[in-house]
Design a binder for this molecule. Sequence first.
Ligand code: GCO
Length: 464
Amino acid sequence: MPKSFKIPDRSDFPLNFKFGSACSALQIEGELNRKGAGLSNWEHFLRKKPVLQDLKMGNGFYEKFQEDLKIAKTLGLKEFRLSISWSRLQLNGRGDLNHEGLDFYLNLLKSCQDLGLEPWVTLYHWDHPQALEEEGGWTNRDMVEAFSDFAEICMQLFSAYVSKWFIFNEPAVVAGAGHFLGVHAPGRKGMRNFLPCIHHILLAQGRAFRRMKSIDSKAEIGTALSMMPVHVPSLKGSNLKANARVDALMNRLFLEPALGLDYPYEALPWLKKIKKYMEPNDKFEIQVDFDFIGVQTYTRLMVEHKWYIPFIKAQLKTAESRGKLYNAMGWEIYPRAVYEVLVRLKSYKNLPPLYISETGIPLKDELQLGRVEDPKRVKYIKETLFFAKKAMHQGVDLKGIFFWSLTDNVEWIHGNKPRFGLVHVNYRTNERTLKASAHWLKSWLGSKKSEFKQPATAVLGTRE
Ligand code: GCO
């Protein structure tokens, strides 16, 4: 951290700079396959794992969304990013709507409007109906049309309340964790699943974008991409090549084709096999003139060359093995990542405005005597604000920051143990308690001049 580190004031950001929170349907709503919803690929994937119980319970948002929206409002946040569960709205992914699901989302969006919170709706935050998965899901080109239909339906149903849309959330994770490693839903593995998944998601994104715009040309439509700085322990040639490969996989794979730059074949020659899934017009269809791009950054990656790792020939060096501070997910605590990613994006021509559509820190927060002290989160947020501002000084067109997340929620295969919320959730009662970070953010958002000091050094030296 630079010596001159000074937390910016709210007034150091433009008045119309957006501050909001982000969440996703599956991680908070719970009770997915009841209340009239269909089975989602994630419930199916987790059906034999104990963590399914956490997913089924969510965090009570389905019943308590009014309370959560009011909390967001009280904190001074004006933007509320949420996602629509496809299987709640359309049980099997096609055809008739589930009216209970429709009413839920309409009520949610109307409540946002009533409270003066702007909803930013993600159409695909990793879950889709299991019925579509059984047809091959993203490995099947038919999914492109099914998803574009869904996007069009959502636009028709909700455009009266929604003018900001994210089409996809972190497609690189869907492809990598869900279709190569098989550790996320749908649990598919290997190149024969990974490559068609990448291409079909990009195609679906392009098609959905055009169909949405044809309904509401004024809607602002973007997508949310996970991006992380990739570092190497030494500058020897083999490590630099490893760096280029991991960077292409993590940061370029979904961005560049959408910008019309083609797949990063030069860094990842095996990617050429993706051509098998391409039809003549696809290259153009996957190009999208986004209104904005969301960037999601939680940490940096430190990698080194390892010849025996298939395809990528690189291995991650954990924060723990490097003696660095890390959070409850084992990720290095590295808020500067935000700055590095944003500044690097400046090298792309004609990039639309950027948002940090997610950033946050998982901790093992505990409720004690009615309070939750989370000084590491306070510090993380302060530093994120510092680095976001620094990137803006360098000319990055950053328009807003969304904190992941308003409330503690279900962290996919990790269940509800890692807590990302500004607000603590008691999972037995679903009672909400503002953490110290929520109180801090509230005063910061409402302040004109910073009254805040850097946290005590004791906090800097502790480990999660
Ligand atoms: C993602 C997803 C979120 C996660 C969050 C923390 O980025 O992985 O958008 O659903 O919960 O990022 O891992």
